[in-house]
Design a protein around this ligand. Structure first.
Ligand code: SDX
Length: 432
């Protein structure tokens, strides 16, 4: 895409004028190529938080924040959530096209036969306290994969990249489920090859040696849909972390571990856990105004978790599907008058009528309803972000592969505006 500059931008600074090429994407904002700006003007661009910066030329996922649109390789997320399933979406994200029946069967076989962990990896779990947060465990165990799978860490080898990609997609449910089992003091439950991806994850979480957990097909379908909704999301903070880590040629397992760590933050993937805690703290509909006022108060660090988004300035399309799934799962488990769901729906209604939220285009995002669904499925809040990380691994891997295979790729090394002390001489302690 970036060889076809049809027009340029002109910047004049300190008497110098620079022509910067402009490149157009298939859809969405065009970009101004500033790569030669420093060499020709001695100036950097300045964009903390990267609100106006494109870090790469990608063909994987597109978000139109104004329309509230999300496309995986061009396919709208609501169609994929309704008509596809997670492993088919994984294939689409990794290889760019929807698979044929034979391609899908082969991919599902490759994933299914890589779901086990090296048995020695169970020792890593036992090094954690029982009350360790599952995300702490996942950060450690995912990084440790590079200590076991040396035959898929050479990023220059296409075949090794392929094996590492399949291993990551296949093993994350086992790693996440075992983090949960360890935290509740139950024995690990091994994956089964006769169950599909989502059902296998729920089996590993909820079966015990004493009793098999029979996965309700509606519950498994809801779990699969949640995974699809979280699979990828353009250059978000954790994906950018994976890309930056990968730009140093670090092995894929270490890069995904970095993505897990970044996703954990409550401003990012940790918002689903924080949102349910917030809904529980609000407790009843009559307390909503108090929390809305706190969210607006600049002196109060409180924010409405599950609200707002850097890109979506309209409704997050994933939140809509998640809200429908919440109602479906609550009905299945026989909870029709969930106080938490009532608080969530009333909080959404009030905030969407409040000028503060309207002016800032703050809408519910993917994390607003996901905690309600996962809680109704029986997961503790501490597992919500681990499920997000498990689901997002395929997106991280697809973006990592694209970065590694991009001929324009160089090690990521941003510069800075330096406002610190100028050069000065050391002062001996006796003179201070
Ligand atoms: C995810 O990037 C992705 O794609 C992420 C993600 C993915 O799939 O990878 O979509 C997943 O991380 C979703 C977001 C989950 N986080 C939360 O729900 C946490 C609550 N949201 C906020 O922290 C915030 O909205 C962010 C972090 C999501 C976005 O932050 P921005 O883009 O930096 O926006 P901002 O903080 O500059 O806010 C702009 C204004 C500010 O007010 P003013 O200073 O202009 O007066 O909106 C206000 C903010 O105070 N604001 C909020 C708010 N979010 C923004 N006010 C109250 N409650 C909120 N939630």
């Amino acid at each position: 895409m970036t060889e076809t500059a049809k027009r340029s931008a002109t910047i004049s600074v300190d008497g110098k004028t620079v022509e910067l090429p402009i490149y157009d994407g298939t859809v969405g904002p065009s970009v101004i190529d500033v790569r030669k700006l420093y060499a020709e003007t001695g100036h950097f661009t300045y964009d903390p938080g990267f609100t106006s910066t494109a870090s790469c030329d990608s063909i994987i996922t597109y978000i139109d924040g104004d329309k509230g649109e999300l496309l995986y390789r061009g396919y709208p997320i609501d169609q994929l959530a309704d008509d596809s399933h997670y492993l088919e979406v994984c294939y689409l994200l990794l290889y760019g096209e929807l698979p044929s029946a034979a391609q899908l069967e082969d991919f599902e076989f490759r994933v299914t036969t890589h779901t086990m962990l090296h048995e020695q990896m169970t020792n890593f779990y036992r090094g954690f306290r029982r009350d360790a947060h599952p995300m702490a465990i996942m950060c450690g165990v995912v990084g440790a994969l590079s200590a076991f799978y040396h035959d898929s860490t050479d990023i220059t080898d296409l075949e090794q990249r392929e094996i590492a990609s399949v291993r990551m997609v296949a093993k994350m449910p086992t790693i996440a489920a075992w983090a949960y089992k360890y935290s509740i003091g139950q024995p690990f439950v091994y994956p089964r090859n006769d169950l599909d991806y989502a059902a296998n994850f729920m089996h590993m979480c909820f079966s015990t040696p004493c009793e098999e957990y029979h996965v309700d097909p509606i519950m498994a379908r809801a779990m699969d849909r949640i995974m699809t909704l979280h699979a990828d999301h353009e250059q978000n903070a954790s994906t950018s972390t994976v890309r930056l880590a990968g730009s140093s040629n670090a092995n894929p397992f270490a890069c995904i571990a970095a993505g897990v760590a970044c996703l954990w933050g409550p401003a990012h993937g940790g918002a689903n856990e924080a949102c349910l805690a917030m809904l529980k703290e609000i407790g009843t509909v009559d307390r909503i105004p108090e929390f809305i006022e706190r969210a607006k108060d600049k002196d109060d660090p409180f924010r409405l978790m599950g609200f707002g988004h850097r890109v979506y300035k309209n409704y997050d399309p994933r939140a809509k599907v998640m809200q429908e799934t919440a109602k479906e799962v609550l009905e299945l488990v026989g909870v029709t008058d969930s106080p938490i769901l009532q608080v969530a729906q009333e909080l959404e209604r009030i905030s969407l009528e409040d000028q503060y939220f309207i002016d800032r285009k703050l809408y519910p995002n993917v994390d607003f309803y996901s905690g309600i669904v996962l809680s109704a499925m029986g997961f503790p809040t501490s597992m919500f972000t681990a499920i997000f990380a498990m689901s997002r691994t395929v997106g991280w891997i697809a973006q990592w592969k694209e970065m590694v295979e991009d001929p324009q790729q160089r090690i990521g090394r941003p510069r800075q505006l330096y406002s610190g002390a100028g050069a000065r001489n050391y002062v001996d302690l006796s003179k201070r």
